[in-house]
Design a protein around this ligand. Structure first.
Ligand code: G6Q
Length: 556
C-alpha cells in the first residue's frame, strides 16, 4: 500500500512561483510572443513517433514550462508514476492497483500483484480473444442453425461501451469486409430495438460486456437480447453459440446463463474507462483482427515507455497535463475543448469526456480533504469542422477562454485528397485565428478592401474585431492507424493521470456515479406502487406520480 502523502496543491513550493509568473505574463498577447521569437515553434513542439504536438500557440514564455515541471516534481510525479506502473494500490478508496498499462506491456518481464505474476493470465486472455475472434472472422464459428456470424452486438455502457465503440469507428479502414458491429448502451428500448429489427437471430452474436455484471442498463438490454433470440432459437442450448461475456464476475455470468467457456476475463485492477485494452476490446479484435489489435496495444505501449522515460520537459503527456493545469488553476478557465479533424475520430470527444471527467471530477483529495482549488475541467467537443459552423463563434468572440486540442490527421484514408486539404487548412487556420485574432486596424483594412467602401464601417467594426490570444494545442497524426491511435489514447490517459497527481486526487475511483444509481432503484420500485408516491421531495414526487398516471392511462 502506498503511504506517500502529497502536500496540498496550493502549498507546493512551485505553486506560488507560478502565481507570480502568471501575474507577470497574463496579459501578454501570443502575437507578441511569436514576433519576439520567430522560432518559438521549435522550442514548443514535441515529436513522438508519428505524433507531433505543437504547443507554441499557448500563453507561455520560456520560463513557464520549467516552473510547471517544478510543480510536477513538487507533486512527486516520478514517485506516483512508478507506483502506478509497478502495481501499487494507488486507487486507495477501492484498495486496487491501476494496471491498464500491463495489458499492453510487450516485455517478457514479470509484473507482480499480491505476490503473483499477472502477465501469464493477461497473455492467456489475449490468446483466447484472438482464437475466438479468428473463428468468428473466418466463419468457422457457427450459429445454432449452422450459419456463420454476420452481426456482432456489444452490449455494455460507460467504460464497457465508449472505448470499443470509439476505436471501432476510428479504425474503419481496417474493418473485416462483411462483419457488422453494433453497440447497444442505452436502456431506452428504442436503442436495442432499432438494431435488432434489422438482424437475424441465426447469424447474430452478442457480447455482454460488463466488469461487474450487475449494471442495470446492460443486464436489462442483455435480457431483451436473450428473449429476442430465444423466440426463434427455442432451445437453451443454442445460447452457447450466440452469447459471450466479458467480465470479472464469473458467478453472475453463469447465473445469466452464459457458458464459462464463453467468458473472457479481466481483473479489478483495470478501471472501466481504461478497459478497452482488456477483453472489453473483444469487439475491436473481431472487427479489425488480432494483428491490428496488437498494433493498437503496441502504440499504447510505446507511449507508456515515452511517458516513463522522457524528461518532463520533453514528455508529451506531462506537457499537455501541465498546460491544462496552467489554464485551469491560474487563468481559471472552466473547460477544455477536444476538436478532432478526422471524421473517424468523431467519438473521441465523448470518450475523453468520460476518461477525464470521471477521473478528475473530484472535490476531495486523496486523503479525503475538501480541496480549495479547481480540479478537472469540463471536457467537451465534437468534430472540429462541424464545430466551426456552430459553437466556434464563442471561442473566437465570446467572453470565456477555452483552451482546446486540435487533433488532425495528415494522410487520409479516403480517396478525396482535395477534401482532406480543405479540412487540414481549416484546422490550421482556426488555430491561427484563435491565436492572432484581428485587431481594429486590420479589421478596418479588411472591411474596406472587401467592400470598397469606408462609409458606415464604424457601426460594425467592433463586432468584427477578434481579440485572439486563445490557446490551442495542435496534435498532428501522420496517419490514423491502430498504432497511432494506441499512442494517442495512451497519451490522454497519462495526461489525465498527471493532472490527478498534481491535484492530489485519486483519479481511479468514481463514487459520484453511485448515488443516482441507488435512487433510480428506489424510483423504479415507486413506479410500480399502487398508491401515490410521497417519500421524496415535492418535485420528485410530482414527476414520479405524473409518470405513473401517464403510463397507467395509456395502458388502460
Ligand atoms: C468507468 C466506470 C463506468 C463503468 C460502467 C459500466 O470507469 O466505472 O463507466 O464502466 O458503469 O460498468 P460495468 O462494466 O461494470 O457494467
Amino acid at each position: 500500500m502506498n503511504n506517500k502523502k502529497n502536500q496540498s496543491f496550493t502549498k507546493l513550493p512551485a505553486y506560488q512561483k507560478l502565481q507570480d509568473h502568471y501575474q507577470r505574463i497574463k496579459d501578454l498577447h501570443m502575437r507578441r510572443l511569436f514576433s519576439i521569437d520567430p522560432h518559438r515553434c521549435d522550442q514548443f513542439s514535441l515529436q513522438h513517433n508519428d505524433l507531433l504536438l505543437d504547443y507554441s500557440k499557448n500563453r507561455i514564455t520560456s520560463n513557464t514550462i520549467p516552473l510547471l515541471c517544478e510543480l510536477a516534481r513538487d507533486a512527486n510525479l516520478e514517485h506516483w508514476r512508478e507506483a502506478m506502473f509497478s502495481g501499487e494500490r494507488i486507487n486507495n478508496t477501492e484498495n486496487r492497483a491501476v494496471l491498464h498499462t500491463a495489458l499492453r506491456n510487450c516485455s517478457d518481464q514479470p509484473l507482480m500483484v499480491d505476490g503473483k505474476d499477472i502477465m501469464p493470465e493477461i497473455r492467456l486472455v489475449i490468446d483466447k480473444m484472438q482464437v475466438f475472434s479468428e473463428k468468428v472472422r473466418t466463419g468457422e464459428w457457427k450459429g445454432f442453425t449452422g450459419k456463420a456470424v454476420t452481426d456482432v452486438i456489444n452490449i455494455g455502457i460507460g467504460g464497457s461501451d465508449l472505448g470499443p465503440k470509439m476505436v471501432y469507428q476510428a479504425l474503419k479502414p481496417y474493418h473485416h469486409q462483411s462483419l457488422r458491429l453494433h453497440f447497444v448502451s442505452n436502456v431506452d428500448g428504442a436503442h436495442i430495438e432499432d438494431i435488432l429489427e434489422r438482424l437475424n437471430p441465426e447469424t447474430t452474436l452478442f457480447i455482454v460486456s460488463s466488469k461487474t455484471f450487475t449494471t442495470q442498463e446492460t443486464l436489462s438490454n442483455a435480457h431483451v437480447a436473450r428473449d429476442w433470440f430465444m423466440q426463434v432459437a427455442q432451445e437453451d442450448s443454442a445460447i452457447r453459440q450466440h452469447f459471450v461475456a466479458v467480465s470479472t464476475n464469473t458467478e453472475a455470468v453463469k447465473a445469466f446463463g452464459i457458458d464459462i467457456e464463453n467468458m473472457f476475463e479481466f481483473w479489478d485492477w483495470v478501471g472501466g474507462r481504461y478497459s478497452l485494452w482488456s477483453a472489453i476490446g473483444l469487439s475491436i479484435v473481431i472487427a479489425v483482427g488480432a494483428d491490428n489489435f496488437n498494433q493498437l496495444l503496441l502504440g499504447a505501449n510505446e507511449m507508456d515507455e515515452h511517458f516513463q522515460t522522457a524528461p518532463f520537459e520533453e514528455n508529451m503527456p506531462v506537457i499537455m497535463a501541465l498546460l491544462g493545469v496552467w489554464y485551469n488553476n491560474f487563468f481559471k478557465t472552466e473547460s477544455h475543448g477536444i476538436f478532432p479533424y478526422d471524421d473517424y475520430l468523431r467519438s473521441l470527444p465523448m470518450y475523453l469526456e468520460q476518461a477525464d471527467m470521471e477521473s478528475n471530477g473530484k472535490s476531495v483529495d486523496r486523503e479525503g480533504r475538501k480541496v480549495d482549488y479547481p480540479t478537472g475541467p469540463i471536457v467537451w467537443g465534437t468534430s472540429g469542422i462541424n464545430g466551426q459552423h456552430a459553437f466556434y463563434q464563442l471561442l473566437h468572440q465570446g467572453t470565456k477562454m477555452i483552451p482546446a486540442d486540435f487533433i488532425v490527421s495528415m494522410l487520409t484514408h479516403s480517396n478525396y485528397q482535395e477534401q482532406h486539404n480543405i479540412m487540414f487548412s481549416n484546422a490550421v487556420a482556426q488555430t491561427e485565428a484563435l491565436m492572432r485574432g484581428r485587431n481594429i486596424d486590420e479589421t478596418y483594412t479588411d472591411i474596406v478592401s472587401n467592400t470598397k467602401k469606408s462609409s458606415g464601417v464604424e457601426k460594425r467594426i467592433h463586432h468584427m474585431v477578434f481579440e485572439g490570444n486563445n490557446p490551442t494545442n495542435t496534435l498532428l497524426i501522420k496517419k490514423l492507424s491502430p498504432r497511432t491511435l494506441g499512442s494517442l489514447l495512451a497519451l490522454y490517459e497519462h495526461k489525465i493521470f498527471v493532472q490527478g497527481v498534481i491535484w492530489n486526487l485519486n483519479s481511479f475511483d468514481q463514487w459520484g456515479v453511485e448515488l443516482g444509481k441507488q435512487l433510480a432503484k428506489q424510483v423504479l420500485s415507486d413506479i410500480h406502487q399502487t398508491e401515490s408516491v410521497t417519500s421524496h421531495d415535492a418535485s420528485t414526487n410530482k414527476l414520479v406520480n405524473y409518470y405513473r398516471e401517464t403510463i397507467n392511462d395509456s395502458s388502460s
